[in-house]
Write a new protein. Structure first.
Lengths: 253, 250
């Protein structure tokens, strides 16, 4: 539901007594409607910084991010975000966490609980609506975080290594669920990960960034049919190709 | 059960030491001395009035401290400018022991309930301020950013929906410490003679009359009320207000 234009984004962090640290340099990407795009690259390639700029949480030194034809400067109601660390509000019950966005938009209590209930059903955690986040497992917390972002009805969902802290099995399960949610809700998703396996499993396109400063190295179309089989030779070939690309980016960076 | 037993043992030792070792009720009144004095005071004394008077001083000081310290702590913790303006002043005033304010309490408020309340206020003010400040300045960044992304953008909204709930445990800790400090200050504040009644006041008066059994009665009442404050905190505040945090072990 949203076309995103990332145009000539650069980001330098000023340092008090050293040269500014250049995190991103001249990154431009056009993202289509309903597309699932993963960002991979060596650590320190600025992929999280890029996501934060798109979210409006950080400002680009140069360049623009456009959603539709609106320029993003501050956090925007059309853009949702799921964070790497646990970001649920521990003082709110699960249902009130999910209802937070609608609450901020002034939706009355009954209605916003209805909305939250709908997303609780979507992530299959209806019976935990009155629990506090501290009572949930890591995987459940991230599912609630996804539901919370979706309840605000964004067109674009940003995900910053959302499954990074989960064990491998939970992670695979979460990826599968995320794809189901994506099919049901038709959002544009930008997903940062350091796991190439995850990127190949999830993405329509994979954006490979090189290290310090992050530059666009390559955009790879993933044409494997869904649902994807991690054990297939094509999957392994693509994974190897990207891993080699990351290594190369690290050498040149 | 073990708790009751241990108290019984202490009472027995107390009684034995007082009667057989010290053998001087002025230096150490025995348990039975104290208990009969307690019964006497209950009939003829002014215990209920003293408790009421002390609670009045205490609540006055504590409420004033809450009303003033929490907003200042919030501002200082949230806005860097407020921190930079207020912090030097706070750092200079904070190490002054609350009781050092007694002369000014008398000059400003006279020998009234207000001067006792003022000393409680000074004692309670800084623990509340410091802990509110700590709570507000250490709100995890990810909560703030999650809030912003979900449309909680203005400072008043961020304070109300993110920073305040996140800081509540720290603020409650501050109030709890303030309750203890304020209660301690209360005795000294009353001893300097702010009013005719009050637990601290009567404690001192009975000392002047060399009625040490009555002094012990008032000591125990002071201790008991302090204990009740703490139990109220433990029971109601921890269980209900902070149930989201209680289980937060993982």
């Amino acid at each position: 539901m949203a076309k995103i234009s990332i145009r000539h984004i650069s980001r330098a962090f000023e340092k008090p007594d050293a040269a500014p640290l250049r995190a991103l340099e001249d990154v431009s990407i056009e993202i289509h409607d309903d597309e699932f795009v993963c960002f991979v690259g060596p650590s320190g390639c600025g992929k999280t910084t890029l996501l934060r700029i798109i979210a409006g949480l950080d400002d680009a030194s140069e360049g623009d991010v456009l959603i539709g034809d609106e320029r993003i400067i501050d956090p925007h109601s059309k853009v949702g975000m799921v964070f790497q660390e646990y970001s649920l509000f521990p003082w709110r019950k699960v249902i009130d966490n999910i209802a937070f966005g609608p609450e901020m938009a002034g939706v009355p209590a009954v209605e916003r609980h209805e909305i939250a209930g709908k997303y609780l059903d979507l992530i299959g955690l209806r019976e935990f609506e009155d629990s506090y986040p501290s009572e949930l497992s890591g995987g459940m917390r991230q599912r609630v975080a996804i539901a919370r972002a979706l309840a605000n009805e964004p067109d674009l969902l940003l995900m910053d290594e959302p499954f990074g802290a989960l064990d491998a099995q939970t992670r695979n399960m979460m990826q599968k669920e995320l794809l189901q949610i994506w099919h049901k809700t038709r959002k544009t998703i930008l997903f940062v990960t350091h796991s190439v396996d995850e990127a190949v499993y999830l993405a329509d396109r994979i954006v490979l960034l090189s290290a310090r400063p992050g530059r666009l190295q390559e955009i790879i179309d993933v044409e494997l049919p869904r649902p994807r089989d991690r054990t297939s030779p094509e999957f392994a070939d693509l994974r190897r190709y990207i891993l080699e690309g990351i290594e190369e980016g690290e050498r040149n960076g | 059960m073990l708790g009751v037993a241990s108290i019984m043992v202490v009472i027995l030792i107390w009684q034995a030491v007082a009667v057989f070792v010290v053998a001087n009720p002025f230096h150490l009144p025995s348990f039975t001395d104290v208990f009969s004095e307690f019964l006497y005071l209950l009939m003829n004394g002014s215990i209920p009035l003293d408790i009421a008077t002390s609670l009045f001083h205490f609540i006055m000081g504590l409420v004033a401290a809450l009303i003033i310290a929490i907003p200042i702590g919030m501002m200082m913790g949230w806005f860097e400018a407020a921190d930079m303006i207020a912090n030097p002043v706070i750092e200079i005033l904070r190490p002054i022991p609350p009781l050092a304010w007694i002369p000014f309490a008398i000059i400003w408020f006279g020998l009234t309930a207000f001067s006792a309340g003022f000393i409680v206020f000074v004692g309670a003010f800084f623990p509340i301020l410091i802990n509110t400040y700590a709570g507000f300045s250490s709100v995890p960044r990810v909560y703030v950013e999650a809030g912003k992304v979900l449309g909680c953008a203005s400072n008043p909204d961020l304070i109300r929906y993110i920073a305040l709930p996140s800081a509540i445990p720290s603020i409650v800790t501050g109030i709890r410490i303030a309750t203890g400090v304020g209660w301690m200050c209360l005795v000294a504040a009353e001893i300097f003679g702010s009013t005719k009644h009050g637990l601290g006041m009567m404690l001192w008066q009975y000392y002047n009359l060399h009625n040490m059994s009555a002094v012990v009665v008032y000591m125990l009442i002071l201790g008991l009320i302090g204990l009740i404050f703490d139990m109220v905190f433990r029971k109601y505040v921890d269980e209900y207000l902070l149930n989201w945090r209680e289980r937060e072990v993982s």
